[in-house]
Design a protein around this ligand. Structure first.
Ligand SMILES: [Zn+2]
Length: 671
């Protein structure tokens, strides 16, 4: 199993890190049969693994299973060890011979609980089953795993006839006998373990002719409730396949499937994506997240990131999916997305803003900001530096040279260096190895009459040690903005730009094309600051029990509670309570009351959430509700709205929301 989805980002869904260490080792070949009974939750399996000669290795299996038979070349193996609830058998080194390992096992799976919310799903990594759905993640070791070795497999699944199973790979056969269904899958691309899903699916299927004339099978395996969405999901899949085959190269697999899950999951694996039923109903999943997952078959599941030296695949996928779709919708739409990323970055506390190279997979919101958005900005800046066409040549070169193997940030750099004939070592080093981001300032500017023309002199500043930057500045001379790029690699420098018309203003990075920490005025406060900043102090005032429960769901760190009677803390503040008590607290401390934007809503509001910046610079986040029930109703939705500055709720539904406007750094030029 690999990455979490864009929806995971938007909805805060389940993401499981990928066990990738084994990719480059010689694979074992597995021939496995497994029988699953969702009613009784019994699983029985047997298989034969062919292990190439070489070093010693371990076989591991979750200890919920009884091992009925284990033979290595016909003999019982050496000692069993126990580790983290898993049994391990050690196999001694064998330089000469290929070994054959036979195992039979049986055990009981966990019951599937469909009413879990996303954080509960995140904690449960065991294999689960029910007639409504079965999910056996490879990481749960429901089948014997050869530690450190990937596997190529043939897997036969025996399930009730009303069900269908799916794993990564191509469906080789599908037949029914005596009320049971037998399905055989084959997958030749070495994978660390098998993720298996099953359910009472209705299948929509079609063939797609790939760029290299291969027939690719597209399937939607959906629960009855959402089966009518199958055709539109396959239409969208075709569009994405065409886009990325043209952009990168032929789709590397023989099939792609969209599979529904009764729990609110969001998973991407090679050749398929596994999405919650309710998630599939959201229109933006088809328009954005699905494309992101399709693209992961190239980046992440086609070329694998080198987790030891950093995961580039989320950033590149976010750039070529989420950001690319916004660019297709128009430059202003793409700018909004980049600004949102930069606002998220500004909401991080300095300690959380890690170097990009240290990102491996997402476990916290702050990892998402670094691993997805900072990395996507790196690709925005790289393309601005070397040009669109050269950038695309570099991508195609990277794909053709590394397809099916592990690649690092250095491999990416090399591909772009060859395509552009430029040394990009400095560029990659500063964006990958440095924590944080440049603090860029437009310190001063003036218009100067220069013969029959005008000149704009302006000074840029940044903190030490200076980044090497190409900085866009826009001069407005009445006939629209004209963007100029200047090279800036010191702590301070003055530049001059010519203008035929009398200039009116100059603006720093107006389209948010640079990865940088927005200045306080540029970055309006958003809910995410309170969610992520560990220094946030929480004050509860009125309905304290419901308030504390809500605060615990929203804040990613242990709560730092303070009494409402205590003085105002010199730290970011999260204030949660009932309307009357909240207003009293705000008035007593001279904090701004509820802004007008939040009152202009026709529905019957039950709660208001907003952010503000104190005159001393700290952020205040306020949750004000009519009663305890209204506070409790925010528990599910509120964690998903980290990007917003304010919201109005009627029960659990957000009826209005918004972000306070950002003000770019701009200087009016007096004439
Ligand atoms: Zn992703």
């Amino acid at each position: 199993m690999t990455r979490g989805l864009t929806i995971a980002l938007l909805l805060g869904l389940l993401v499981v890190p990928c066990a990738n260490a084994a990719r480059d080792a010689a694979p074992v070949r597995a021939d496995i049969e497994v029988r699953i009974d969702p009613e009784t939750r019994e699983l029985t399996g047997r298989g034969a693994w062919t292990v190439p000669p070489g070093e010693s290795l371990a076989i591991s299996l979750d200890d919920r299973f009884d091992v009925l038979r284990l033979k290595v070349d016909g003999r019982p193996p050496s000692a069993v060890t126990q580790r983290d609830g898993r049994r391990q058998w050690r196999l001694a080194r064998s330089d000469a011979a290929t070994r054959r390992v036979e195992i039979e096992w049986r055990g009981r799976l966990d019951p599937l609980e469909a009413d879990l919310d996303h954080r509960q799903v995140l904690r449960h990594v065991g294999p689960v089953t029910a007639p409504r759905g079965t999910f056996l993640p490879g990481a749960a070791q429901w089948h014997p795993v050869f530690v450190g070795r990937p596997l190529q497999y043939t897997l036969r699944v025996d399930i009730p006839q009303s069900q269908r199973a799916i794993v990564a790979g191509d469906l080789a056969s599908d037949s029914n006998t005596d009320g049971r269904r037998l399905q055989t899958y084959r997958f030749e691309q070495p994978d660390p373990a098998i993720d298996l899903m099953a359910g009472p699916y209705r299948v929509t299927e079609r063939k797609f002719t790939g760029a290299d004339n291969r027939k690719i099978t597209l399937r939607a395996l959906l629960h009855e409730d959402v089966a009518d969405l199958g055709a539109s999901y396959l239409d969208a899949t075709e569009r994405y396949l065409r886009l990325y085959e043209r952009w990168i190269g032929p789709y590397p697999y023989g099939s792609f499937s969209i599979v529904s899950s009764p729990t609110p999951t969001g998973f991407g694996m090679p050749t398929l994506t596994y999405l919650g039923i309710d998630v599939l109903r959201l229109p933006f999943i088809r328009d954005t997240s699905l494309g992101h997952e399709v693209l992961h078959n190239w980046w992440g599941n086609g070329v694998y990131p080198d987790y030891a030296t950093g995961n580039w695949s989320e950033g590149l996928t976010t750039f070529m999916a989420d950001h690319a779709y916004r660019e297709q919708a128009g430059p202003a739409v793409a700018r909004e997305l980049r600004l949102a990323w930069l606002r998220d970055l500004a909401a991080l506390d300095a300690g959380q803003d890690q170097p990009l190279r240290e990102f491996t997979s997402r476990t916290h919101g702050s990892d998402q900001v670094v691993g997805y958005h900072k990395a996507a900005m790196l690709f925005v800046m790289l393309r601005d530096t070397i040009g669109d066409e050269t950038f695309d040549q570099g991508l195609r070169r990277f794909w053709s040279e590394h397809r099916g193997s592990i690649a690092s940030w250095e491999d990416l750099r090399t591909a772009f260096e060859r395509a552009s004939q430029r040394d990009l070592a400095g560029f990659f080093a500063q964006w990958l190895n440095r924590a944080g981001a440049p603090n860029l300032r437009l310190e001063s500017a003036q218009a100067v009459r220069d013969a029959d023309q005008w000149r704009v002199d302006f000074t840029l500043g940044q903190d030490r040690p200076a980044y090497q930057l190409r900085v866009p500045v826009a001069v407005d001379a009445g006939s629209g903005q004209q963007v100029h790029w200047v090279d800036f690699d010191r702590e301070r420098a003055t530049f001059g730009l010519r203008s035929a018309q009398p200039p009116r203003s100059i603006t720093l990075d107006p389209d948010a094309r640079l990865l940088r920490r927005l200045a306080p005025g540029e970055a309006p406060p958003i809910l995410r600051s309170a969610m992520l900043d560990p220094t946030t102090v929480t004050v509860l005032t009125g309905a304290e029990e419901a308030g504390a429960a809500l605060a615990r769901r929203v804040v990613e760190h242990p709560l730092q509670l303070r009494s409402p009677e205590a003085p105002l803390p010199a730290a970011p503040l999260l204030l949660v309570g009932l309307e009357r008590d909240v207003n009293r607290y705000l008035a007593r401390h001279g904090l701004p009351l509820r802004p007008a934007e939040l009152s202009a809503t026709p529905d019957r509001p039950t709660a208001w959430v907003w952010t503000a910046t104190r005159t001393t610079g700290e952020t205040v986040t306020i949750v004000s509700a009519r009663d305890a029930a209204a506070l409790a109703a925010l528990g599910r939705p509120l964690p998903h709205y980290g990007r917003q500055s304010w919201l109005v709720f009627a029960g659990g539904t957000a009826t209005a929301r918004g972000t306070w406007p950002s003000r770019p750094q701009s200087v009016r030029l007096d004439r």
